[in-house]
Design a protein around this ligand. Structure first.
Ligand code: PLP
Length: 230
């Protein structure tokens, strides 16, 4: 497994997918480093990858101190409210705002510390029982309510495809998330300046996601190999 080589291939595939879809904007690659030991993360860093995603707060806390300061960290996994207190301003973006009480908790903790969390609203487009996220039909209300929580800024939407879905089905979920964003913008519930990100696409389906408008892709195993357990 050559991490630098993997990164190069993925970046190439992303640029090709951007071209195919005629997009002129860019995509941020988030290297999902959950369960990956620090020495391997450093290999990615040395190859130029500075943006990483973790899904367990404790694991992230340990790693953040062992890795260079210019790493950008994203929290991508389900976030328990009792873990919010361990987060700090090293977190660039929380992808997994998926319920109201997490919004409340983040706001409370942000107010205490005088910082505004950047987040994405996780939407369960695929209506997958196994997945977190608000339902498509709840998104507008959630975003409207969230305006009363000044220490949480929702800058876009995130989704996870269904595990056993084929590419055609997965594409529809990704398209669904983009259309949802566009509807929200059109209705003026949010404006493009502050709200336009789409976090979608993982190792299996990131090219599809880029074709459908992803601005953030979250890729783990295609970079670091099958999950590491330590
Ligand atoms: C693990 C994980 C990923 C990366 O998955 P791969 O299939 O290894 O690319 C992306 N998003 C979330 C939310 C994850 O938990």
């Amino acid at each position: 497994m050559n991490i630098a080589e993997n990164l190069r291939l993925i970046n190439y595939n992303i640029s090709k997918a951007l071209e195919r879809s005629g997009r002129r904007d860019s995509v941020k690659l988030i290297a999902v480093s959950k369960t990956v030991p620090v020495d391997l993360i450093l290999k990615a860093y040395t190859a130029g990858q500075k943006v990483f995603g973790e899904n367990r707060v404790q694991e992230w806390k340990q790693k953040v101190n062992e890795l260079p300061e210019d790493c950008e960290w994203h929290i991508i996994g389900r976030l328990q409210t009792n873990k919010v207190k361990y987060l700090n301003n090293r977190v660039a973006l929380i992808h997994s705002l998926d319920r109201f009480n997490l919004l409340e908790k983040l706001n409370e903790e942000g107010e205490k510390r005088g910082l505004v969390w950047k987040t994405l609203l996780q939407v369960n487009v695929a209506q997958d029982e196994a997945k977190a996220g608000v339902g498509t039909e709840e998104v507008e209300d959630f975003l409207t309510t969230a305006k009363d929580y000044p220490f949480v800024s929702i800058i876009g939407l995130m989704t996870i495809g269904k595990l056993d879905a084929g590419p055609e089905e997965t594409r529809l979920y990704f398209r669904g998330l983009r259309e949802l964003r566009d509807k929200i913008l059109k209705k003026g519930i949010c404006d493009f300046q502050t709200f336009h990100h789409l976090s979608m696409g993982m190792s299996q389906d990131y090219e599809l996601a880029v074709e459908e408008g992803a601005t953030l892709v979250r890729i783990g195993s295609s970079i670091f190999g099958e999950r590491h357990y330590n």
